[in-house]
Every structure is written in structure tokens, then in C-alpha cells.
Ligand binder design. Sequence first.
Ligand code: HEC
Ligand code: HEC
Length: 201
Amino acid sequence: MNIFRAAIVVLSVFWAMNAQAAADANAGKEKAGVCAGCHGTDGNSANPVWRKRAGQHADYLAKQLADFKSSKRNDPIMVGQSAALSDADMANLGAFFASQKTSAGSADKEKVALGEKIYRGGNSASGVAACIGCHGPTGAGNPMAKFPALSSQHAAYTEKTLKDFRSGARANDAGKMMRNIAAKMTDEEIAAVASYIQGLH
Ligand code: HEC
Ligand code: HEC
């Protein structure tokens, strides 16, 4: 009898875990109402400092929200925005924004040559790794490897976040992957690659 009861308990735990694992984009859409003021209703923010959320990998989005909530990643606005979100909310929000299409942007003609050089080949003299190695030829990233999508992102956001990695203000990258790269980049290289990424899709 006890074994039978224990089996039921174990089974119901599995059922509960399965229910949680299946993220619900519709529930995420409802939660996303409060995000719209800054990130846009479909995650394509109009204001360039508010990161476009559309088309990003669901797990990457959920990780960023969890990092803001635990203050592993600091931003006065987002730490507040994520405080009341549960793990399920974060997974649902990730699923919703991942299902939206990113709006295309364009690169600044003056900066595109240097930006493309860095993105595709890095800078061997200073040891900057080529972005393409992890973020892919079109900036789609690689969800299995947890490399986020960058395509069409606002240049101003990319520039800010690369400078935050460089100064250590943003330090939530596993194995310091991005901090080590940004540390070797000049302001000019950061601005150029950010502009190139805005036109990449
Ligand atoms: C008042 C404006 C505002 C609101 C409302 C807001 N955000 Fe943000 N969000 C920001 C800003 C600013 C940043 C950039 C933070 C930084 O520079 O590190 C950001 C960053 C993010 C990031 C990380 C971006 C990345 O690519 O790593 C995620 C994910 C995010 N927001 C999701 C949400 C969600 C989900 C909601 C709603 C629950 C929301 N935000 C509500 C302003 C806002
Ligand atoms: C070795 C793999 C690797 C290489 C090479 C790499 N990145 Fe990354 N990048 C990552 C990972 C992993 C993250 C996610 C960090 C996190 O979890 O917060 C990231 C995050 C980013 C972000 C933040 C995205 C967002 O939405 O906030 C930007 C911007 C970025 N990388 C730009 C670049 C640029 C530009 C280069 C080339 C100069 C580059 N990366 C090279 C692995 C890499």
C-alpha cells in the first residue's frame, strides 16, 4: 500500500514538472502587456535603448529575466520589472517574444566595412574573436549552445551592452565569454559592429 502511494506521489511530481516545462506563449502574451510600453506590443521596441525582444530564443529571454530578478544582471528598470515574475511567467514570456518576428533594421554606411570585418573575422592583432563563430552568419545565434540572436538589434542597445560587458557592469555571461571579448574592443570597433548587427538578418 505504501509503495503504491509513493508511486502516485512520484508520478504526480512528474506530471507537474511536465506541465511547467511546456511554456505557454498565450499566457506570456497576457503578461507582456506591462512590457509593451518599453519593448513594444510585439517586442519590437521603437526606442533604440530598449532592446528589441521579438525573435529572441525563449530560453535566453527567460535566463535574462531570472538574472535580473536575482540581480546577477543589473538594470534599475528591469530588476523591478522582473521582481514579481515566477519561473513559469518567465518561460511563458520567453515563448511569446520568441514567436514574434523581428523588424529589420539597416547599418550605417560609414561604419559597415569595419563592422563586417570584426563580425566575420574578429581582430587578430588585439585578439577579438569573430562574432560569427557563436552568433552565426545571419546573427541568428544558436539556442542549443545558448548563444543569443543578435540580428537587426538596435545599434544603441548593442553598443551599450558591449560597453557594459567591457566594464563588467554586465557580468551574467557564462565563462566570461562576452566580457573577455569586449575587454579587447575599442569604442570605434564596438560602434561599428553594433551598426553592422543592426543591418544583419
Ligand atoms: C520602463 C521600461 C521597461 C519595461 C516596462 C520593461 N522593460 Fe525590459 N528592458 C528595459 C531596458 C531599459 C532594458 C535594457 C537593460 C540593459 O541595458 O541592461 C531591458 C532589457 C530587457 C531584457 C534583456 C535584453 C537582452 O536581450 O538581454 C529582457 C529579456 C526584458 N527587458 C524583458 C522585459 C519583459 C518580459 C518585460 C515585461 C514583464 C519588460 N522587459 C518590461 C526597459 C523596460
Ligand atoms: C565564444 C562565443 C561567443 C563569441 C565569439 C561572441 N559571443 Fe556574444 N554572446 C555569447 C554568449 C554566450 C552570450 C549570452 C550571455 C548571457 O547569457 O547573458 C552573448 C551575448 C551577446 C550580446 C548580448 C545580447 C543581448 O540581447 O543582450 C551581444 C550584443 C553580443 N553577444 C555581441 C557579440 C559580438 C559583437 C561579438 C564579436 C565581437 C560576439 N558577441 C562574440 C557568446 C559569444
